[in-house]
Design a binder for this molecule. Structure first.
Ligand code: NAP
Length: 332
């Protein structure tokens, strides 16, 4: 692997992963209009830069993203050091549903998943411990090497950790960026105390923190994209930092997350952008730059609520309805 890219351990006992990963929602996700596209170039570019951490989910294009990632890894000749994360949907609320879900993930990836995550918490009335213990069982049975959670707010996370009896989760994947800082209020400190890695989704606010002013496909409905794209104070802080460091805005936004101890997983359909993202790991933000970025983004600690809440509506949507809608849409 090339010099320069830094690696970190996922949680207390997880695998070694590059401090910048790569998200694969873009590969097969309905909203990205990339169905059937070949992602070998994206994976090959990331691997060449030393990225070894790739994230996908069963609902991304209803399995297409996992298939595209598995195929691209094979074609790019990915070796043993690669860490593949996927997610089973939060509508899998029983032991059997979760275990069958993980088997499906492995079939589509063409390998044993390294990190299996529960994509969102179960509905409020469903037992929380059933899916958590099923994930433990998946690890004990060798269906996955590690497990983690995703979109768990602080209170629920504590309860989920109490469910775990034999194997600890290593991570919680949550929305976190310069334009969405709610996790810093309570969730991130709680995760640090419990030794859980924070995997940051939408680390670029869907391109807005990279300087995109016109939203791409899924960003059209994204309030965080809209706020960040027209936030002059934040855009100027990003541009000044990028100019000073000879970097891009996207690299500065990713370096800021790395400085906070998070592992960003930006997504892209373009090989050159995968290289750009990876090189963010080389950037050490000077103290004054960090302070300016912190200050310009302070408002986003509370703008979207003080608690972590992006997929809260799923807590009140029955599993069957979640399944029917997602299936009818062909995934997200
Ligand atoms: N756990 C969850 O609930 C959850 C939710 C959402 C996402 N995720 C994961 O997180 C990953 C990343 O999140 P995300 O895709 O929501 O957002 P993101 O990484 O913040 O943004 C990625 C998008 O920004 C665009 N972009 C980057 N630089 C740009 C520039 N200079 N100008 C214009 N556009 C630019 C890219 O477009 P191009 O594709 O054209 O390069 C890309 O599609 C996903 O792939 C997925 O794996 C997880």
């Amino acid at each position: 692997m090339p010099e320069g890219l830094r690696y970190t351990t996922l949680g207390r006992r997880g695998p070694r992963v590059s401090v910048v990963g790569l998200g694969f929602w873009q590969a097969g996700g309905r909203m990205w209009r990339s169905r059937g596209a070949d992602f070998t170039g994206v994976v090959a570019a990331a691997l060449e830069e030393g990225v070894n951490f790739f994230d996908t989910a069963e609902v991304y294009g209803w399995g297409r993203s996992e298939e595209a990632l598995g195929e691209a890894l094979k074609r790019a000749g990915a070796g043993d050091g690669v860490v593949v994360a996927s997610k089973v949907a939060g509508f899998r609320v029983t032991r059997g549903l979760v275990l069958r879900g993980v088997e499906g993930v492995n079939r589509r990836l063409g390998r044993t998943v390294d990190l299996i995550q529960l994509h969102w918490p179960p509905p409020a009335w469903a037992p929380l411990c059933a899916p958590v213990r099923a994930l433990e069982e998946a690890v004990l049975k060798g269906l996955a090497h590690h497990y983690g959670l995703s979109n768990f707010p602080e209170g629920l996370l504590e309860r989920a950790l109490e469910c775990a009896r034999r194997v600890e989760p290593v991570s919680n994947q949550v929305q976190y960026s310069l334009a969405y800082r709610a996790p810093e209020n309570r969730l991130k400190p709680a995760m640090e105390e419990r030794g859980l890695a924070l995997i940051a989704w939408s680390p670029l606010a869907r391109g807005a923190l990279a300087g995109a002013s016109k939203p791409g496909d899924p960003a059209q409905w994204d309030r965080v994209f809209k706020a960040a794209a027209k936030d002059r104070e934040l855009q100027e802080a990003l541009a000044d930092a990028a100019g000073k460091l000879g970097a891009t805005k996207a690299q500065v936004a990713l370096a800021w997350l790395i400085s906070k101890g998070a592992i960003p997983i930006p997504g892209t359909r373009k090989p050159w952008r995968a290289r750009e993202y990876a090189r963010a790991a080389d950037i050490n933000l000077p103290g004054d730059t960090l302070a300016r970025l912190d200050e310009a983004s302070e408002k986003y600690k509370t703008r979207w609520g003080t608690s972590y809440n992006p997929l809260r509506f799923m807590r009140y949507t029955p599993c069957t309805l979640q399944y029917i809608i997602l299936k009818a849409l062909g995934g997200i």
